[in-house]
Write a protein that binds this ligand. Structure first.
Ligand code: NAD
Length: 467
């Protein structure tokens, strides 16, 4: 059984309960982590509070150096960590390496630099305005990009001069342990980074409510985010929320349809559809709709489902039996509400493992459950539109606003439509994801931004001194 990392030491939990870590491809238990308790949160928050004055007074270059060393070590251990993520989360190994491990290393490096370059002082009239670290940060993260989501919080928090208590997801927690080892090895002072594994309603809620915590940064479902925000409100903590999505991919009539569908399907199915920013709604002009459905079905058939360690696998298992059952319920619901299943479905593609076939629905109408709710599996809906205004209205008509895409003959035309979308990110003609650009949601997709300079600003307070 693993231990907690508190005050610079590996420590037994105050609770003797544990959580099994399961390999979703084999359904076998591969490890156990402590199911932490409120007493553990007490110790970790105390350690983080004690470490705060010292860490917040380190120079930017000292913090930058430690984060840079950690990024280097993460790169050195990337093969082993990618295998860990392929095993506890089910991401295909190549993707686990490139996106789940090396991308977080890039983000960590970016904060090693930003720690030093982000301006902390400015002048306005007779005032000197300074930015200071907010204090102790509670970070609560999900399982779908288990290391990336952690780095998106911990790297800017540490760069800002904050100390951290992290609760990783109980579903895929192992990468977080590797990160704690890395921070220990590079010599991060005791208490600056603390790891308490456990369940959301126990450890997560204790963190959100804790009086020594100044800020909670949460990534996960909208339902849990709402609960975290309510608990944090009692002590008026700052709250950053990265929540769900139901992003639209608008294909305008003059776009390269074949390319837009191909890239759109890939975006929807990446990480077995377990991506908050996935373009799960493909919005296609009525005149091109049948052709788009045909192209999407053809593309979906090329998505081989299988063992994450097999090079030919494009879609691994979903992370858990719970997640698979949830996705299957949505596929059934889509059919009950009259959408037309044109690829995939609820058949189990393999005897063992939490797999779901890449699934495509046609004849999806605005307002259907599968058009409105986040499924978090490899399920694509194609929705027809008749005018540009209608396409924009369909795209904007969900409670979410995290990401999206627009395809058109020219960049200017696509940008003009993208400006009308109430969403935090838009890919223009397939523009690739940029891990240094601000990421976050409008509406119920969240509050605040991660990544880049804006991600760092989240962890800073502002003080004006009148001279
Ligand atoms: P989840 O909400 O179940 O869990 C996320 C984290 O919150 C876990 O660590 C969990 O233990 C904890 N948690 C659960 N209930 C809690 C509570 N009552 N109080 C405090 N903490 C609690 O989400 P999940 O199933 O792990 O992840 C999938 C969700 O995350 C999806 O909705 C997805 O869209 C979202 N997500 C969003 C982003 C983003 O950046 N916007 C990124 C990744 C995932």
């Amino acid at each position: 059984m693993r231990q907690l990392y508190i005050g610079g030491s590996w420590t037994a939990s105050a609770s003797d309960e544990s959580i099994d870590v399961v390999n979703p491809a084999t359904e076998e238990i591969i490890d156990r982590v402590p199911a932490g308790s409120p007493d553990d949160v007490e110790s970790a928050a105390g350690a983080a509070r004690k470490a705060f004055p010292g860490w917040s007074e380190t120079t930017a270059s000292e913090r930058g150096k430690l984060l840079g060393d950690a990024a280097e070590l993460l790169k050195q251990r990337s093969e082993e960590i990618a295998k860990t993520i392929a095993t506890d989360m089910g991401a295909p190994l190549g993707f686990a390496r490139r996106v789940q491990t090396l991308m977080p290393a890039t983000v960590l490096s970016s904060y090693a630099q930003l720690a030093e370059t982000h301006p902390r002082e400015s002048r306005v009239g007779n005032s000197m305005v300074v930015k200071e670290p907010i204090g102790v940060v509670a970070a609560i993260t999900p399982w779908n990009y288990p290391l990336h989501q952690i780095i998106c919080k911990v790297a800017p928090a540490l760069a800002a001069g904050c100390t951290v208590v992290l609760k990783p997801s109980e579903v895929a927690p192992l990468a977080a342990y590797a990160l704690a080892e890395i921070f220990a090895e590079v010599g991060l002072p005791p208490g600056v980074f603390n790891l308490v594994s456990g369940r959301g309603p126990v450890v997560g809620e204790a963190m959100a409510a804790h009086p020594e915590v100044d800020m909670v940064s949460f990534t996960g479902s909208t339902a849990a985010g709402r609960r975290v925000a309510a608990l944090a409100a009692e002590s008026v903590k700052r709250v950053a929320l990265e929540l769900g999505g139901k992003s639209a991919n608008i294909i305008l009539p003059d776009a390269d349809l074949a390319l837009a569908v191909k890239v759109g399907v890939a975006n929807c199915f990446v990480n077995a559809g377990q991506t908050c920013s996935a373009w799960t709604r493909m919005i296609v002009h009525r005149d091109q709709y049948d052709e788009a459905v045909r192209l999407a079905v053809e593309a979906a058939r090329g998505y081989t489902v299988g063992d994450p360690f097999d090079d030919s696998t494009k879609i691994g298992p979903l992370v858990s039996a719970t997640q698979r059952d949830r996705v299957v319920r949505y596929i059934n619901r889509g059919q009950e509400e009259g959408a037309r299943l044109v690829a995939g479905g609820t058949e189990r593609p393999l005897d063992r493992g939490y797999y779901v076939e890449p699934t495509v629905f046609a004849a999806v109408e605005p307002g259907m459950t599968i058009e409105q709710e986040e499924i978090f599996g490899p399920v694509l809906s194609l929705i027809p539109y008749t005018s540009e205004d209608k396409a924009v209205a369909i795209a904007n008509d969900t409670k979410y606003g995290l990401a999206g895409a627009v395809w058109a003959a020219t960049e200017d035309r696509a940008i003009a439509v993208a400006r009308r979308l109430r969403t935090g990110q838009v890919a223009i003609n397939g523009g690739r994801f940029n891990p240094l650009a601000p990421f976050g949601g409008y509406k119920q997709s969240g509050v605040g931004r991660e990544l880049g300079e804006q991600g760092l600003e989240e962890y800073l307070e502002t003080k004006a001194m009148q001279l």
